[in-house]
Design a protein around this ligand. Structure first.
Ligand code: NAP
Length: 260
């Protein structure tokens, strides 16, 4: 150890006492469902939250809550259940999100409010609700997007919401770091979920235009996003906080592609 630098007195749980409870919002389908499955495979007790009643327990030892991820009472129920099933809450994943493309002039402010409510406000409410249930070693992972740091025409509300998520992650990481609670994000590129299929069906994006932009020349799989989230929440990332991990096949660093 460097002379004069003391280790922080934050007690970490052992393997035996480590809580296993995980809450994932937007868990009925798409990335949220894959993230929930990823945690279950890693031995967690997972409670999925979703507006859709298609959200279902992943099996024995898991549960699901139907409701709005922006509702503190819904999240409170999910956290209590995850703590009960998993011997405490280990991780909260703020994944629920919506998109609503449209040119800025004439864009309904009601849509702006709805999108910001789901994509950003709900993540903040979630952080408020889960804070007391998280102990040293606990973590929050938020789902951002490549849209947080790059401009996309006719997606101002979505891009702004994801830029907000990344500011939230950095602020919470600093606010709660000394308590041993880590806060990180993943920034997925293009993954063929219902959200992305709807975007392509709208004519505002196409598979080929996306592929032209992705150095790895393919879409991501939901499980590849899940793997990154599970890693960030795990003890293997015990000194990682306040970061946004791109999981995008190289989109964020893409300049000119290899092919002509
Ligand atoms: P998705 O397939 O549309 O799934 C989103 C899920 O969230 C749906 O089950 C939806 O339920 C639920 N949901 C929406 N609003 C909710 C609310 N207020 N409370 C609870 N649940 C709610 O979307 P996805 O592609 O998996 O996206 C998941 C996250 O990844 C989002 O934050 C998105 O912005 C982000 N992301 C996705 C991509 C991609 O390429 N797919 C890329 C970058 C980032 P309903 O169907 O009932 O509305």
């Amino acid at each position: 150890m460097t002379a004069g630098v003391e280790a922080a007195p934050v007690a970490s749980p052992t393997e035996e006492t480590r809580p296993r409870g995980v809450v994932v919002t937007g868990a009925a389908q798409g990335l949220g469902r894959a993230i929930a499955q990823g945690f279950a495979e890693a031995g967690a007790a997972v409670v999925g939250v979703d507006l859709s009643d298609a959200v279902a327990p992943l099996g024995t030892g898991h549960d699901a809550v139907v409701g709005d991820a922006g509702d503190a009472a819904v999240l409170g129920r999910a956290v209590a259940r995850a703590a009960e099933l998993g011997g405490g809450l280990a991780t909260f994943v703020a994944n629920a999100g919506v998109t609503s493309p449209g040119e800025t002039v004439g864009y309904p402010l009601s849509e702006w409010d709805r999108l910001l409510d789901v994509n950003l406000r709900a993540a903040f409410v979630g952080a408020q609700v889960v804070r007391q249930a998280l102990g040293p070693g606990g973590s929050i992972v938020m789902v951002s997007s490549i849209c947080a740091v790059q401009g996309f025409a006719a997606r101002a509300s979505y891009c702004a919401s994801k830029a907000g998520i990344e500011g939230l992650v950095r602020s919470l990481a600093v606010e709660w770091g000394a308590d041993g609670i880590r806060v990180n994000a993943v920034a997925p590129g293009t993954v063929a979920t219902d959200m992305q299929r709807a975007m392509m069906a709208s004519g505002r994006a196409s598979a080929q235009r996306y592929l032209d932009r992705i150095p790895m020349d393919r879409f991501g799989e939901p499980s590849e996003i899940a793997d990154a989230v599970v890693y960030l929440a795990s003890p293997r990332a015990s000194y990682v906080t306040g970061v946004v991990l791109p999981v995008d096949g190289g989109w964020a660093v893409g300049g000119l592609p290899a092919r002509a």
